[in-house]
Design a protein around this ligand. Structure first.
Ligand code: NOJ
Length: 523
């Protein structure tokens, strides 16, 4: 562990803390220590994904995923023409990763299994024992260190042979995903008690099949995007029910899915049409996935069904581009989650629109019919999509809580949240981002009564950021991608997060811009 003396708050901070405690607690955002604290049963963690950190793309018997294949065949797709062949080389440095996680003091580590590391062709006729052992060692080490492994089965690295058959647009892939999931539960279910079936099916389907920003840019807008959505949901339900029947009685784990959402806000809150646009945006992007699983009635939200059906009809289709679930499928999906895994980064301002220059026809974007803008006052310190608006996370968990009654019984866990920049260990913007977003979560918990029970930073370390390659950074730890050892160094945000985890409060003055931190004392 980092020694507590190395990061001890100064006397003024301790004095502020005791005064706050005496006064019953109150602090302004951005100064002092948060008046509220994170409850004892709230878990803190950090997240990664296999393709983004592991490397070892063809080592130890691993087969190719579409990210390996596509980036080898199209090297200019990523901004820096990079690929994930080595990435942060966690395939060789996983013990260092675990030490880093221990130093943060967190209770959870969210990571993913690379499907083709344990099943090189994607199918279970060929199990790669070296890959099986790799993950088993990691899970054993985590459990030994009292860190809960939270394991994503599918974080976008589709086995290449299945992608050649259409990936998630091919309903048969659901069967093979079930086989893979069953194997994972058999292999690791004694150690892993928190499973996530799919990561961000909304962003994934939209980006692979409609906007073409994720591999392999399938270019099937308005049609492929919904087949992918539909089959992803069915795959999730299939695996949830399979675990429930075959494994849960013995293994007693929890299974969910990770859904992603930006908060949708009306551009002008006084205009009813903008208010409606914001709601349509949320339903088309989040409700489409959340409603079948978390609502009482199940199935796609009515507004989603109406929008896609109407537009399909207008465009001359004799059937809706959005497939229908059978009654059995609606039932299997409804309630198929033991918690709500939410990835959130940014917010959008919405107003109605019939057509925008970047929309394809047909497309989910056109079906949704809203124009997305940002507020000029929201900072954008890194990636050109990530605008900082901390109240968005509070509004979003409230939206979920208001829409899905089941969330009174099962908790929301923030499975990803974080900020990009362009590198360096003095990451003050990231420190502020975490402080401010976490503070909004404290307000959601304590003032709004939202049932949020966990928070995972994206990301433990700098990684391969898909199409952005290594040009933007998300890590609490910096990774030197030019060094053969992929040297890892904690950033200020790592110290700040460790302090939040340790004290269960946010100290807005813990890392002062003017003073910086004596990082050598913390090694
Ligand atoms: C969501 C994805 O799950 C993750 O892989 C990605 O790196 C982050 N968002 C940041 O873009």
């Amino acid at each position: 562990m980092w020694s507590s003396s190395a990061v001890a708050p100064n006397t003024a901070v301790l004095l502020t803390l005791s005064l706050l405690q005496l006064a019953g607690g109150s602090s302004d955002v951005n100064s002092g220590i948060s008046n509220y604290s994170f409850p004892d049963d709230f878990i803190f963690g950090v997240s990664t994904a296999a393709f983004q950190i592991e490397g070892g793309w063809n080592e130890g018997g691993k087969g190719e995923s579409i990210w390996d294949t596509y980036l080898h065949e199209h090297p200019t797709v990523t901004k820096d023409h990079s690929n994930g062949d080595v990435a942060a080389d966690s395939y060789h440095h996983y013990m260092e990763d675990i030490e880093m996680i221990k130093k943060l003091g967190v209770q959870g580590y969210r990571m993913s299994i690379s499907w083709t590391r344990i099943l090189p062709n994607g199918t279970d006729n060929n199990i790669n024992q070296e890959g099986v052992k790799y993950y088993r060692t990691i899970f054993e080490e985590l459990v030994k260190a009292n860190i809960t492994p939270v394991v994503t089965l599918y974080h976008w690295d589709m086995p290449t042979p299945f992608m050649n058959l259409g990936g998630w647009t091919n309903a048969k892939v659901v069967d093979y995903f079930e086989d893979y999931a069953r194997l994972a539960f058999n292999l690791y279910g004694d150690l892993v008690k928190m499973w996530l079936t799919l990561n961000e099916p909304h962003f994934h389907c939209f980006s692979v099949y409609e906007t073409d920003v994720l591999a392999p840019a399938f270019n099937a807008p308005g049609l492929g995007v919904y087949l992918c959505t539909h089959n992803s949901l069915l795959a999730h339900a299939r695996v949830y029910r399979m675990y429930e029947k075959e494994f849960k009685p013995d293994q007693k784990g929890k299974v969910s899915i990770v859904l992603d959402a930006s908060m949708g806000l009306p551009k002008d809150p006084n205009k009813p049409e903008d208010v409606e646009a914001a709601e349509n945006y949320l339903q088309m992007n989040l409700g489409m996935f959340a409603h079948p699983i978390y609502s009482e009635e199940g199935d796609y939200p009515r507004v989603v069904r109406e929008k896609v059906n109407n537009m399909s009809r207008l465009q001359g289709y004799s059937r809706s581009r959005l497939p229908y679930f059978t009654d059995e499928e609606v039932t299997a999906l409804r309630g198929s989650a033991d918690f709500f895994g939410l990835n959130h980064y940014t917010s959008e301002l919405l107003s109605p629109s019939v057509m925008e220059p970047n929309w394809k026809v047909p497309s989910l974007a056109q079906d949704t019919g809203v124009k997305m803008e940002t507020d000029p006052s929201w900072p954008m310190p890194g990636a050109d999509w990530l605008y900082v608006y901390p109240p968005g996370i509070r509004k979003l968990v409230n939206w979920l809580q208001n829409n899905y009654k089941i969330l009174k019984k099962i908790p929301i866990i923030i499975t990803e949240n974080g900020l990009t920049d362009f590198g360096g260990t003095k990451d003050y913007d990231r420190v502020d981002y975490y402080n401010d977003y976490l503070y909004q979560l404290l307000l959601a918990i304590h003032e709004d009564g939202c049932n949020v029970k966990g928070y995972f930073c994206w990301s433990l370390m700098d990684d391969m950021e898909w199409g952005d390659g290594y040009t933007i950074k998300f890590g609490l730890y910096s990774v030197d991608f030019n060094s053969p050892n992929r040297t890892r160094t904690p950033k200020l945000s790592a110290y700040n997060y460790a302090n939040i985890v340790r004290t269960r409060r946010i100290d807005f003055d813990y890392i002062k811009r003017s003073e910086g931190l004596n990082t050598t004392a913390l090694k």
